[in-house]
Design a protein around this ligand. Structure first.
Ligand code: F6R
Ligand code: MG
Ligand code: MG
Length: 375
């Protein structure tokens, strides 16, 4: 009998640590993250890749040390600090924004960056997509992932694989829960689709945390759910989530999960995190510069072999995506032409407090008029 292979962990760490006004990091900052990881991480990772989407830098690491490995977390934390120092040297805007001013205590979780750590038994031909979003929040993945796993219109596997018809188990997190631990619910995308859809339309509150195959119990996808503005008393930026999504075989086909983003979803995000914006699928490394938006999503596809990641393939490079970007751009222009009316998020979802402050200042000027005379 062959000895059991060690599990592989794919860890993703993503942070906005500055740049020219929230559109993209300076190239020297990305180079510095790479340099730092190469110089200091031998023996910790099997492989890594560094990229940017909008103003965020994402590090994806393949290794066999399991989730929450202190050495890896510290390495990536220090790599972000190194990029922050480059940003500070350039007097870049918002240098170090997503790194909370707290001492590193062994884990990057809760310190600002978005994190996902997916521990798997590698399949033959293991293929995984790293999705990175900018100018939006975790719920921006819901419309795409619900369709990509749970609907015949977007997942051809549901028609052609009886096994897949057992559905996927969506673990949905209540983002407004303030108590100890996390408040989650698990729903099957086959037997409970209307309930799942009902939860996920509440985009700010109920967010997908993970998706597993009901047939095999294998982990299909994970979304980063760290919520910056509920973790700090002051505004610190938009969450800009990342997700890992395994594809092919018992999971959704790669083309299916990418293709669903052609719908150009409307998500909470841009304009200082206060508006509904269109979600544009972009090539990795794209800057975000059309009115603090639109929200963007990039897709890098990797194969992985015993923790060693291939170079990524850009999922949104095919010429079709230029047409989709044109569509998103048109929607974006229209939304910008009518803002703030109708596109501003509910007050409790806005990161900045300017509107609340204005409304409070106006309260004393309200008068009660036209009170009917007592009969
Ligand atoms: C935040 C971000 C942007 C900013 C916006 C205004 O990470 O990417 O949406 O919120 O550009 O930034 P400030 O308030 O710093 O001028
Ligand atoms: Mg930013
Ligand atoms: Mg960002």
């Amino acid at each position: 009998m062959e000895p059991k292979k060690p599990k592989t962990t794919i860890s993703v760490f993503k942070a906005d640590v500055g740049g020219p006004g929230h559109i993209m990091p300076f190239p020297g900052m990305i180079d510095e993250v790479r340099r730092y990881l190469e110089a200091n991480g031998q023996g910790i990772y099997k492989s890594f890749h560094v990229s940017s989407t909008g103003d965020d830098i994402a590090i994806i690491v393949g290794h066999q040390r399991g989730p929450n490995d202190k050495a890896l977390h510290e390495l990536c934390y220090k790599a972000f600090i190194a990029a922050t120092n480059v940003a500070k040297g350039l007097n870049a805007y918002a240098a170090g924004q997503d790194l909370f001013d707290t001492a590193f205590c062994g884990n990057l979780a809760g310190m600002g960056p978005q994190i996902i750590e997916m521990e798997i038994d590698e399949r033959k031909g293991e293929t995984v997509v790293l999705f990175c979003m900018d100018k939006t929040r975790a719920g921006a993945f819901s419309g795409a992932f619900r369709r990509a796993c749970g609907t015949v219109e977007f997942n051809t596997g549901l028609l052609h694989s009886v096994k897949m018809q057992q559905g996927f188990v969506f673990e949905v997190l209540d983002n407004y829960y303030n108590g100890p631990g996390e408040r989650v619910i698990r729903l099957n995308s086959n037997s409970e689709m209307p309930a799942l859809a009902a939860l996920l339309v509440v985009e700010d509150r109920y967010v997908i945390k993970s998706i597993t195959s009901a047939a095999t119990g294998e982990l299909c996808a994970m979304v980063s759910t760290f919520c910056l503005d509920r973790s700090s008393s002051t505004h610190v930026g938009k969450d800009d989530p990342v997700a890992l999504f395994r594809v092919q075989g018992g999971f959704t086909a790669l083309g299916d999960v990418l293709g669903v983003f052609a719908l150009c979803f409307l998500v909470g995000g841009g304009m200082r995190g206060s508006h509904k914006v269109v979600l544009m699928p972009v090539e990795v490394g794209t800057c975000v510069s059309d009115g603090d938006g639109p929200a963007v999503v990039s897709a890098q596809v990797f194969c992985i072999n015993e923790g060693v990641l291939t170079d990524p393939t850009d999922g949104f490079k095919q010429p079709t995506w230029d047409k989709v970007r044109e569509k998103a751009s048109r929607i974006n222009s229209w939304l910008r032409s009518i803002e703030p009316d109708g596109v501003t998020l509910p007050l409790n979802e806005i990161e900045y407090h300017g509107i609340q402050d204005t409304l409070e200042a106006l309260q004393p000027r309200f008068e009660i008029v036209n009170v009917p005379a007592a009969t």
